[in-house]
Design a protein around this ligand. Structure first.
Ligand SMILES: CC(C)(COP(=O)(O)OP(=O)(O)OC[C@H]1O[C@@H](n2cnc3c(N)ncnc32)[C@H](O)[C@@H]1OP(=O)(O)O)[C@@H](O)C(=O)NCCC(=O)NCCS
Length: 171
């Protein structure tokens, strides 16, 4: 599948993305804002494993962000279960050299719209480290609303800090 946008396209991860994924994702400035499950260093082996297995895990929906013919970022959903089954969590990252062009704002808007059209979801939310101003801006520009500050909910890199919850509901 492919969602063609102005600044990028969103499409399924492909075998040929291994080098580009490893190159763009292997960045401490990205890792610092992601969960620890996001690898660092992001080796070729880790990239191959994400493309072959990780990106296809049941209960998730993951797309590559393609710019100028290369996969330079990722965006995805984790579908919640049980009584939370009409909720999904959105997550994303972008190679550092592509930032500040509005790419992620467009990608988040597009995936949100796609998700509400194609899946039976009532709510999509994001969990953002409270220091991550760029991600907060992306979510606000994409129509998400601040919902909660979960105090001291995140421990990363030896520091514990607040978790900001932003959400959007199906209109
Ligand atoms: C967060 C991230 C996805 C943003 O991607 P992007 O394509 O650069 O985002 P956009 O260009 O669409 O928008 C970024 C906005 O943040 C603003 N911004 C960026 N850094 C900022 C800072 N330090 N202070 C204030 N605003 C900042 C930009 O000015 C822009 O807002 P504007 O259009 O109002 O000027 C990217 O920085 C990234 O991958 N970071 C590392 C991983 C990560 O944080 N993932 C999200 C986890 S919740």
């Amino acid at each position: 599948m492919i969602i063609q946008l102005k600044t990028c396209s969103l499409r399924t991860w492909q075998e040929g993305d291994v080098q580009s994924l490893s190159y763009h994702a292997n960045n401490l400035n990205i890792w610092n804002n992601m969960r620890d499950v996001f690898p660092h260093p992001y080796t070729i082996e880790k990239a191959a494993s994400w493309i072959q297995e990780g990106s296809k895990i049941k209960g998730t929906f993951n797309l590559a962000i393609e710019v100028e013919g290369k996969a330079v970022g990722g965006i995805g959903l984790i579908f919640k279960e049980d009584v939370y089954r009409r909720t999904a969590e959105i997550g994303y990252w972008l190679g550092e050299e592509y930032r500040g062009r509005g790419i992620m704002t467009e990608a988040v808007k597009a995936l949100t719209e796609y998700a509400f059209t194609n899946f039976d979801l009532a709510r999509i939310y994001a969990s953002v480290f409270d220091s991550n101003i760029a991600s907060v801006r992306v979510l606000e520009k994409a129509g998400y609303r601040f919902e909660a500050r979960l105090r001291k909910n995140i421990t990363k890199n030896g520091q514990t800090f607040d978790d900001l919850i932003y959400s959007i509901i199906r209109e």
